[in-house]
Design a protein around this ligand. Structure first.
Ligand code: SF4
Length: 271
């Protein structure tokens, strides 16, 4: 892992994501190195041309005293959008913790999203916020497959345990079933495992992008060879997602769950 220290002019930045006003990305890069990651474009904008996603991390240096909780009253903040706030190196550098400590007192709605069990370290801090929710993202309960697609992230069972602990501490939680791998992601099993300690669910489909297509298809070929033609077909025919979406909707309605489906049909690459 190549580690650099870089000064960040601002650590809480305005967001282009619908329904999110600000994003906090305490690091540049991501040790989790997910094969499908949509944040990999960051390589181009952060002076990392030639580096591989998942193999570098910039530790952002910032002036914590400049973070003013009152500035974010009434806003929605996402932690994080192009990295994970609880990377293994967060244990050492604690950027996420320092930022949260400075934000205590804000009435912003803060949404924390991670694939790491380290999130439980900050339960004491989460309890100090008026409006905070903590979510895990998960694609599969299969630890072997998860290791192949999200090599640096916590095991699925550890993520489930983490969100359970957070919920039991009285913090609102959510489960982000993402990305949904066709014919692999068993969303019903994920819901069954989490329904006792998840306040709401979100679902997002797997988006093929030019940079991730070869990696995704290779992983499918190696692990689920019979699914390869289906994946190739889904790249051309997006109606598959309409069917999945409708199934998820029916299931969530039947289970009386709070949920949202964030399927981006236009996100597929034709190349
Ligand atoms: S955890 Fe998120 S940001 Fe990090 S590599 Fe995986 S998808 Fe990308």
């Amino acid at each position: 892992m190549k580690i650099n220290f870089r000064e960040a002019k601002s650590i809480i930045t305005k967001s282009n994501i619908p329904s999110v006003d600000y994003v906090i990305n305490p690091y540049t890069g991501c040790q989790h190195g997910c094969i499908y990651c949509y944040a990999e474009f960051m390589i181009r904008f952060t002076g990392h041309k030639g580096d591989k996603w998942g193999e570098f991390l910039d530790i952002k240096e910032f002036n914590a005293a400049k973070i003013k909780p009152e500035k974010y009253h009434g806003k929605r903040i996402l932690l994080s959008s192009v990295t994970d706030p609880y990377l293994p190196l967060e244990k050492k550098y604690q950027n996420t913790r320092r930022i949260l400590e400075r934000l205590v007192g804000t009435d912003a709605v803060i949404s924390v999203l991670t694939k790491s069990k380290l999130v439980t370290r900050d339960i004491d801090l989460f309890k100090k916020f008026k409006n905070i929710e903590v979510g895990i993202s998960i694609s599969t309960l299969d630890a072997t497959f998860a290791r192949k697609i999200e090599r640096g992230a916590s095991k699925p069972s550890d993520r489930l345990e983490a969100i359970k602990n957070v919920s039991e501490a009285g913090i609102p939680t959510y489960t982000f079933v993402s990305p949904f791998f066709p014919e692999i992601t068993d969303y019903r099993a994920i819901i069954e495992e989490t329904v006792g300690y998840t306040h709401r669910y979100m679902f997002e489909n797997l988006n093929f992008r030019p940079h991730n297509i070869p990696r995704i298809l290779n992983i499918i070929k190696e692990n689920y060879p019979t699914l390869l033609p289906i994946y190739q077909e889904i790249r051309k025919d997006r109606t598959y997602w309409d069917v999945v979406e409708s199934e998820i909707r029916d299931y969530c309605e039947k289970m009386k769950l709070s949920y949202s489906i964030e399927f981006h049909h236009g996100g597929f690459s034709k190349t």
